[in-house]
Design a protein around this ligand. Structure first.
Ligand code: CUA
Length: 325
């Protein structure tokens, strides 16, 4: 005797257990995500009913029908099940679809806050319109306010998807797609690139941090500022190494080393929660490991390995980056 087979309820529970948390379309935290989650449940319930019906009819046909031949006229079954039923169900879904797409349409002028998200292999560039504030892999938004996301790509097609807040939208090089979202409560919501974009597609994540208006404004004011000059001897050394190793060719540090746009803007990198497309926590050991050998974490990344650089210089580089608060 083996273990008892799991009942359908246990199976459904197990399948749905993966649907909670910070990156789930079934854990909506704003109006757009809520209407999408509702659509999902309606489709799920509808398909469950229709599947049960079809299975019941199939079982009936196999086990019972031979005894009651002629009980239901085939014509009735074809007209009812093949024409009337689909027309009614599909028309209802169409009307509901119009209603839902109304709620997910961009609000236009109503959005006070516009955020531009540019997809790169394999990270996200975040720009606040008219602000000069540029960051990476982390979008801060005020709770309860409508935010317009304008998404595009610098290289290949990516897709912007933060399931708890909104549906996914493609990021196309050379054109801009628009989506709106709103977080109804504070929290950290994870997003993920949803269009295969190369070797590290799986490691192209981002965080949306919804915070109270005052915290958001404080964050935004800080992001607008330039980086401060290195304050210790080690950090000064690190800044010299940063310039000498060619880091500014790809990375901007506003106020100290402007210009580079190939990699993430590092002006306030030490304040971010994550590194490397939200795949590593941002702390000294991960920063040091990433600087030393990024391709070991993300084969294919444009960030080169600096293993050939001596440990002391690398440590000063990390100290400099840690000073970019
Ligand atoms: Cu970017 Cu997948």
């Amino acid at each position: 005797r083996g273990a008892p087979a799991p009942g359908p309820l246990a199976l459904a529970t197990a399948l749905l257990a993966g649907c909670g948390g910070a990156q789930s379309a079934l854990n909506p935290q704003g109006p757009v995500a809520a209407s999408l989650a509702q659509t999902w449940w309606i489709l799920f319930a509808g398909s469950a009913v229709i599947l049960s019906l079809v299975v019941a009819l199939a079982l009936y046909a196999v086990f019972r029908a031979p005894d009651r031949r002629g009980h239901v006229r085939p014509g009735t079954l074809i007209v009812g099940g093949g024409v009337v039923f689909p027309v009614v169900v599909l028309s209802a879904l169409l009307l509901y679809g119009f209603h839902v797409s109304g709620t997910t349409r961009p609000p236009g002028a109503e959005a006070a806050l516009r955020v531009e998200v540019v997809g790169h292999q394999w990270w996200w560039e975040i720009r606040y319109e008219g602000e000069g504030a540029v960051t990476a892999n982390e979008i801060h938004i005020p709770v309860g306010r409508t935010v317009e996301m304008r998404v595009t790509s610098a290289d290949v097609i990516h897709s912007f998807w933060v399931p708890s807040l909104a549906g996914k939208i493609d990021m196309m090089p050379g054109s801009t797609n628009v989506q709106w979202l709103r977080a109804d409560r504070p929290g950290v919501f994870r997003g993920q690139c949803a269009e295969f974009c190369g070797a590290q597609h799986a490691r192209m994540a981002l965080l949306v941090i919804a915070e109270p208006e005052a915290d958001f404004e404080r964050w935004r004011a800080h992001q607008r500022r330039d980086a401060v000059a290195p304050a210790t001897a080690e950090r000064t050394q690190g800044f010299a190494a940063f310039a000498k190793l060619g880091c500014p060719e790809c990375h901007t540090v506003r106020g100290l080393a402007p210009g580079g746009r190939v990699g993430p803007d590092l002006t306030h990198v030490a304040r971010r929660y994550t590194l490397a497309g939200a795949t590593l926590g941002n702390n000294r050991p991960t920063l040091a490991a990433w600087v030393a050998d990024a391709p070991a974490f993300k084969p294919g990344t444009r960030m080169p390995s600096f293993r050939h650089v001596d440990a002391k210089t690398r440590a000063s580089l990390v100290a400099f980056l840690e000073g970019l608060e």
